[in-house]
Design a binder for this molecule. Structure first.
Ligand code: SF4
Length: 84
């Protein structure tokens, strides 16, 4: 999957220094795993609600892998691969 494909599917991009995060509200199941997993990066009380903090790069990848719906994806800056 490419970034173009994700954006065409209505994913929104949240750009960070080391990692970019993509999110699609239409796909989200509101399980809250992201918010519980890292509340400094994912905070629905804040705008923007996703902040891809450089110091949380490892944690962000772990948390996004627990998203049950596929609403969250990420891409490391030094890679073209969109995961998971
Ligand atoms: S973990 Fe995924 S499905 Fe659950 S609230 Fe976050 S984005 Fe939505």
């Amino acid at each position: 999957m490419t970034e173009e494909t994700l954006l065409a599917k209505n994913y929104k991009k949240y750009e960070g220094e080391n990692i970019d995060i993509y999110f699609n509200l239409e796909v989200c199941e509101h399980s809250g795993k992201c918010v519980k997993g890292d509340n400094e990066v994912f905070d629905t009380e804040r705008k923007p609600w996703i902040m891809p903090l450089a110091s949380h790069t490892e944690r962000i990848q772990e948390v996004i892998k627990t998203c049950p719906s596929g609403a969250l994806k990420y891409k490391l800056k030094d890679s073209d691969e969109i995961l998971p």
